[in-house]
Design a protein around this ligand. Structure first.
Ligand code: SF4
Length: 359
């Protein structure tokens, strides 16, 4: 794989939640596929992050990681263009997490918006754990260990990248690369800071409604999976909620307040959008017909993905080999950063003679 030095590095990850749905595709994966041509991309399956909330039952964790990879490959991520790996296969993420956790003030973590929000909303699990509070530090380690220039995020995750920048700044302040304790070192062309501060790369992520009108999510049971065969996709869309004003076929509706209308805006071409707008507002079309029109481009998008996926489903070793090669490459890059980190902190693995000794 060629990774031209001129390309900026992008780092992003997804939790190992198993098979992905259309919302994951539109919200992230579609952008990743585009980005692999422009950036030096590292994409990881965050199995340790999955543990921060789903620690009690790990029986599906590994299988879920592989399912995520299969959907990535199905969507068009290409191992010759980007690095795909599993977080837990690069154990130095944990070492950096530990070191960063030493310098991260508790208050920074307690004020992360998603910490409070999830603790309040997820009642069925005990999230009063050390791992859950510290997951933004793990996230910072994931990003900083690759010296990523950009982290693609939606608006709601900008705070996490900001926290990563703060942690990087604090680390660079305590441990400048050109000084260990009182010893000033001459650096060979390196920057005096170990970590560059990553930038958020705001990516378009339209909110994709599920079949019940709420945000598409596996946990709501309203998702269209990337692996759903055509009849299942069509059936799910048939049951999708619509503008409640259209009780009878003759009632006019409004596609701007209908979840099916939202899907049209994402997947349909201009002519179809115009036909939906006119037909819905004048009661010239029925909802079933309208849902059929949106099913067409969705099915057209999914079929080639499912064909690509099949190649790896038939030969799962092929997919695993891609992960292993990606994890090896990630270990190389992350390992080099860890050498710098240990060096800057004065805990390098190399032999150093006792001070004042000549040996
Ligand atoms: S015609 Fe289409 S956009 Fe209008 S309410 Fe029915 S499903 Fe929604």
């Amino acid at each position: 794989m060629t990774t031209p030095a001129a390309k900026k590095r992008v780092l992003s990850g997804m939790r190992s939640t198993g098979k992905l749905h259309l919302g994951n595709y539109v919200g992230a994966l579609e952008n990743w596929v585009r980005m692999q041509d422009q950036y030096d991309c590292f994409f990881f399956i965050a199995d340790w992050h999955a543990l921060t909330t789903d620690y009690a039952d790990t029986s599906m964790l590994k299988e879920n990681s592989v399912e995520v990879l299969l959907d990535w490959l199905a969507a068009g991520l290409d191992p010759s263009k980007c690095v795909m790996f599993i977080q837990s296969h690069v154990p130095v993420h944990a070492e950096l997490h530990l070191l960063l956790s030493m310098i991260t003030p508790l208050g920074w973590l307690e004020r992360v918006p998603s910490y409070k929000e999830q603790k309040e909303n997820i009642k069925e699990k005990d999230l009063g754990t050390y791992g859950f509070l510290g997951y933004p530090v793990l996230q910072a380690a994931d990003i900083l260990i690759y010296k990523a220039d950009f982290v693609p995020v939606g608006e709601d995750q900008v705070a996490h990248v900001e926290l990563t920048r703060e942690i990087a700044r604090r680390f660079n302040g305590f441990y400048p690369a050109d000084k260990v304790g009182s010893v000033v070192r001459v650096l060979d062309g390196q920057s005096a800071s170990v970590f560059p501060e990553p930038q958020s790369l705001l990516t378009p992520a339209p909110r994709l409604p599920g079949t019940d009108g709420r945000k598409m999510s596996k946990s709501y049971g309203n998702a269209i999976m990337l692996t759903d065969p055509e009849p299942v996709v069509r059936q799910k869309l048939k049951t999708m909620v619509t503008d409640p004003a259209r009780v009878r076929r003759s009632d006019p509706g409004n596609p701007d307040i209908c979840p099916v209308g939202d899907l049209h805006k994402i997947f349909s071409d201009k002519e179809t959008l115009a036909r939906v707008d006119l037909g819905c507002r004048s009661a010239g079309i029925g909802c079933i017909e309208c849902k059929g029109w949106v099913a067409d481009p969705i099915v057209k998008l999914l079929i080639p993905m499912q064909e690509r996926r099949k190649k790896y489903e038939d030969n799962p070793r092929l997919a695993w080999d891609i992960l292993e090669a990606g994890s090896a490459r990630a270990r190389e890059v992350a390992g080099a950063t860890m050498d710098e980190v240990r060096d800057a902190m004065g805990i390098s693995l190399a032999y150093e003679p006792p001070r004042g000794s000549k040996k």
